[in-house]
Design a protein around this ligand. Sequence first.
Ligand SMILES: Cc1cc2nc3c(=O)[nH]c(=O)nc-3n(C[C@H](O)[C@H](O)[C@H](O)COP(=O)(O)OP(=O)(O)OC[C@H]3O[C@@H](n4cnc5c(N)ncnc54)[C@H](O)[C@@H]3O)c2cc1C
Length: 490
Amino acid sequence: MEKFDVVIIGAGLGGLECGYILAKNGYSVCVLEKESQIGGCLQTFKRGKTTFDTGLHYVGGLGEGESLNKLFKYFDLMDLPWQKLDDNCFDEVILNGKSYQFAMGQERFVETLAQEFPHQRENLKRYSDVLRTVGDNLFDNFRAKDPNEIYNSPFFNRSAYEFLNETIDDPTLRNVLAGTSLKMELNAEKLPLYFFAQINDSFIRSAWRIKGGGSQIADLLANSIKKMGGTVCTNAKATKLIETDGKISSVVINDNEEITADYFISDIHPSTTLELIKESQKIRNIYRKRITNLPNTHGIFTANIALKEECIPYLNRNQYIYETDDLWSYGQYQPNRKTDCALVSYMIPESGKYAKSLDILTPMHWEEVKQWENTEPMHRDDAYNALKAQKAEECIDLASKYISGLKESIDKVYTSTPLTYANYTGTAQGSAYGVQKDYNQLMLTMLVPRTPVPNLLLTGQNLNLHGILGVSVTSFFTCSEIIGKYDLTR
Ligand SMILES: Cc1cc2nc3c(=O)[nH]c(=O)nc-3n(C[C@H](O)[C@H](O)[C@H](O)COP(=O)(O)OP(=O)(O)OC[C@H]3O[C@@H](n4cnc5c(N)ncnc54)[C@H](O)[C@@H]3O)c2cc1C
């Protein structure tokens, strides 16, 4: 039986980063991935000549001295073809037909929006100061001695929605400021301020796309792990974790092969992790119940659109389109809600000034696709295909109001739903941002890497912050349980 210091389940960003950190610190590691392609949400796929991303459109905080830059330097990821979005407008929010621009850098961000909302200049400064404070302290929060101390920060216990209402008087500006938040679940009753502030702050500091797709991040991490003597196995699904004398002794792969290790890290959803441990002295029913019942954030519907040659100019910014004032209710499933919001993200073309493809994303709840959960991909019925076609049409209708000539420029449309993510990444309910955090119930919804089994740790987007930045911070947080604290600021 093969033996490693650490076995990691799941080669998403979190699993690969943990593999990298541990290999760099001299541990023998093995990363297991159930799919034939590594990367999880960082996978890209090709249709014809066009490459599409699945779960990476842009990242924040990659500028010199910024948080993701520090982390990606450690992971040796800074030489990838990163491209900064437009300084003057990296995100455009189109709210009921009117366009608002988000400029990079806190001062320019405030100044640009203050031109539209002069009476809100001071409030915008206060808003931006709070975001900056949260961003400045990103790494501090993860230096706490006791994992539970981390969440004592007042920003965790406060509602993002209430903060916005208390800070900004103007309801339109409130919606504009929330308008780039399709990268989290806008839930008025639950979303902690920390998430809203941290994520928005990182993009305001600087926003970047990667030319050629997010899978390059996963590939580079995997190659580095291998160079440092580690192993990355694809088509290797963890099907069981065996507990012996209160510790995990081995993992069973594809129901037939067993690997032993001193530590096990799970980059998959915590409830799916517990399903792998059938018998345990350490995991009490109350913990199992708590984890299994954690609500998940909504999923995403994506229309990946291949464009005809030289029709739509490449836009070096994202467009967030809303035909509603009700931005804070996407966390609740509302049957028959029409597609009233969309994020349009352009893929950087290999050459020239025209886009080859763009993605249109909109929230989609598990309830919309649940009836097909026990069916196989590519073998779903006409009703599922009709649902996807209708949703794609709604997304295109919405986007084409603001992108001139879009409909005539479409070559092909490919679609994915939360069911697609549930199938390909194993994400519970195809959730886009993992476990739903609730500022009213912080201790219940914010997970730490430790589990009741002393040598089983968790990592990935379900723990604290989701997204590329959040998952990267958590990877250090998880590995520090094995290698000791690491100073993220050096
Ligand atoms: C549509 C969409 C768009 C997004 N856009 C952005 C963006 O623009 N910017 C940003 O910062 N973030 C974005 N995100 C979020 C970001 O992609 C994720 O937070 C992050 O990639 C999650 O990484 P992870 O390692 O936690 O999980 P995952 O990527 O889900 O990785 C888990 C891995 O575990 C594997 N696995 C599951 N079960 C098993 C098993 N039993 N055995 C072995 N392997 C297993 C899966 O196949 C997968 O590879 C987006 C997410 C979505 C869904």
